[in-house]
Structure formats: structure tokens, C-alpha cells
Design a protein around this ligand. Sequence first.
Ligand code: NAD
Length: 492
Amino acid sequence: MTTFRSFINGSFVDSASGKTAPNINPANTTDVIGTIELASREEARRAVESAYDAFRGWKATPAPARGKFIGRAARLMEDRKEELSAAITREEGKTIGEARGEVQRAINVVEFCAGESRRMNGETIPSELPANFAYTIKEPHGVVACITPWNFPIAIPAWKLAPALVAGNTVVFKPATLTPLTATLLTEIFNEAGLPAGVLNLVLGSGSEAGDEIVSHPAVKAISFTGSTETGLKLYTQVAPRGVKVQAEMGGKNPVVVLEDCDMALAVESTAQGAFGSTGQRCTATSRAVVINSIADEFVEKIVTRAKSFRLGAGDDSKTDIGPSVDEGQLNTVLKYIDVGREDGAELLCGGKKAEGDGLDNGFFVEPTVFDRVTRDMRIAREEIFGPVLAVMRARDFDEAMLIANDSEYGLSSSVFTNDANSMYRFIDEIESGMTHVNSPTTGGEAHIPFGGVKNTGLGAREQGSTSLDFYTELKVVYVDYTGRKREGNLY
Ligand code: NAD
């Protein structure tokens, strides 16, 4: 059985904490993948210190040379694509097709960032004084903590680590404890790409101990976090007195709005993919379908038929459409919300329980679930469930649909189904979300396009694409006076 250990200053190290956690396949709990040696506070501190010590040398390495390491990592990921995909399926549970898609996204992001290393340009700005020159330089912060969730165990770390490193920061990477295998493989790949010791450190440990120690360390100058809103806002508050930069991508409650003139088959299929694909465990998953009354009965009938057609199973079986919830805790959360939905008076149309039989008994499977006549005050309309549960909310007209769609503390993704150009543009103007889609699911995104949310979903600069380096760099503004004379007069 594999032992997963932290990677500090260029080596995998044993933990002195004596604390461990098992890594279990959520589709089959008899498959124990390995044991994690959970890092102690002291080990987390050492990881930050090793990143601190490596910073000067890494910052002094020219950006295109840093990019070479990142480009090499992309090629190694490509070579190990199948191994990475199988690891994700085994420890996170998503289907092998979804895992391959995630790995490809990660490769694309890493490639993109390698290219960005040759474009770390500042600006030259004409001065209002004669014989003066002003320009800007992009500089790294120092040690950056990258704290990641379990649901995209390679893509999210890749889209934080690659830009942080290209920008010249050194990194302490703290993944979720549920997905240590993928985190270990990614760390191995960056190490094999030749990163100097200390530039990238991996801490496998709990959020409340190792994570807390990392974010509390005075050498950590910036934190890029993805996870729940509760944890993200807590971290933000915790480090604010130190003036630490925080970028946080957090929870979602993403709506689709289905208008009368939509292509119904497309709306149903896209909503089903968004709600039930990856077991509803995407931050961009569709959790609310806001449907105009006059077409709601037809939509509901079709989405229920589609929900019932999905085949549940282990992600490594090519016939499986939907894998398990990631662990028992997440399974229980989903089942609890299904009870809450019933108690609050929503109409349960299909699913609603743990799936059993047919090889599912040893896994954390939940039947794809559809609730109808969900109202804005119900908890299943307001709180993130993170499982295969769709709330259908009926609306009188476009205006009421927008009121419902925007009545959320979250604002990550959204989509509209319509063939009317005016409605489409009105929707784009009025919807409160960081990303929106037209006639396609709420999920998905491309490596070279910015990603992130508004309201209680997102804090700080957008990740990925043209904005990916913004969070990881500071601008230094330089004024050069080449008159060789004392400045006359008073420039402000
Ligand atoms: P989580 O908030 O429980 O944990 C996220 C990470 O934070 C983990 O590595 C955890 O160990 C760490 N952590 C927890 N407490 C900490 C502390 N006190 N100090 C430092 N680190 C700490 O989230 P999760 O359950 O792993 O992931 C699911 C959540 O992630 C969902 O809410 C989902 O919407 C969100 N998510 C958001 C996006 C996005 O881009 N908006 C993407 C993926 C997932």
C-alpha cells in the first residue's frame, strides 16, 4: 500500500506527527489506495521556510527560463495522462472520461502559462517631463500558498501552481486530504521537470492544522484558495490584519434560465449534463433550473426521464455515466439536503436516495434527483449541495426568472436557453455571475480564458487566461530622469 508524504525542500519526508488518514476509493470502499502521513504544524512551517529560502534564486531566474520548467512539466503530464486520469477516477470518483478531460484542461493551462513566461511585459509610459522615462515591471510576491479542494484535483492545482511559478513566486501547495495521490503525482512531475529544491513544496495535512499553520506564517505573502465559501471567507478574515493578498474561488448555486423560445431538447440535455455530470460536484454545476411556467411541465417531464436514464457506477467502467459522491460525509450532506427539500415542501420527482444494488453497495452513490416547485425561500434553492440534485423553479416571465436566478449569495456561472437575441443580451446584462453561457451548460471553461465568480463566490483577480498572472505579480513603477539636473519646479 502506498504512503503519501509531504514534499519539502526537494524531498518527500516522513511526518513526525504520528497522524494518518486513509485514501479510499469512493466507488468501492474496500479499495484502500493508501495512507496519508498528515503533516504536523512544524512540518508545515518547514515547507514555508524552504519556499522562503528558495525565493531569491527563483526570482532571479529570468521569466522565460522559469517558463522552460513549466513547459517541461506540461510535456511530462502529457506523457503520464492515462496514469493521472486513472488516479483521479480512483480517488475522486469521477468517470474516466471526465478525468481525462480534467487532465487535458490542466495540460492546456500549464502550456499556456509556459508561454506567458515570455510575455511578462510591463508598460512604457511617456512622462510629462522632458528627458524622463517611466515604465512598469511585474514582480513576484514571495511565498504563495495554493490551497485546493478535492473536486478538480489536478486542474485547480495546475491553474494555481503554473502561473505562481512562472511569475517567480515559490509555492507551498496544500491540496485537500481526499486526493493526495493526484497531488503527489503532480508534485513529482514538477520536480522531474527540474524545479530547484524549495521552489515547490507539497504539504499533505488537515486544513485546521497544517493549512492553518501555512496561512498564519508571516513569510506567506499571498494565498490562492479554492474551496467552500465558509473556509475562504474565514481565511480572508484571518490574514487581513497582515495585509496578505487573497484570491478565493468559492461556492456556487448556478442557475440555468429556460425561456419559452428555447430549443427544448438542447435545454434539457444541457441542464442534465450540468446538474448530474461529475455527480454534481463541480463548482460550476447546475443546481437551479428556472423555467417559464408555460413550458415548465414539458421541461420537467423530459428532465426526469433523462435523470432516470443515467447509469451509475465506478468511474473506471466505460459504461458509467455518473460516479459516486467523494466520501461518506459528502454523501450524507446530499441525503440531508434531499430530506430538507422534502420537509420544506418541494416536490420530489425522481431519485432522492442512496443508490444500491448492481455493484453500488460499497460506494457512495446517490440517485440523480429532481425537485419541482422549489421556491426562493427553500434551503435547497439557496445553499450549495454539491451533489446530483436539481431544483426546478417556475417563473411567470423573463423578469421573474431573472429575480429568481439572481436571488443567491453566489455568482459563479449561469446559462440561458433562448433563440431570441434580445432576451439573450438582456440576460447577459442582468445576470449576476462571473461567467455565463448561452445555449450551453453552466459547466466548462477553457484554459486561456479567465475563470471566476462574483458575490460570495469570488474574491480577487480572475484565474487563468489573460488575467492568470495578475494575482501572482506586483507592479513596480520606475521613473528614470536622464536630464542630469536637479528637477525644477514642483511635480505635484
Ligand atoms: P473546503 O473549503 O472544505 O477545503 C478547501 C481546502 O481548504 C482544503 O485543502 C482544506 O484542507 C483547506 N482548509 C480547510 N480549512 C482550512 C484552514 N483553516 N486553513 C487553511 N486551509 C484550510 O472545500 P472542499 O470541500 O475541499 O471543496 C468543495 C468546495 O469547493 C465547494 O464549495 C465548491 O463549490 C468549491 N469549489 C469552488 C470552485 C470555484 O472555482 N469557485 C472550484 C472548485 C471547487
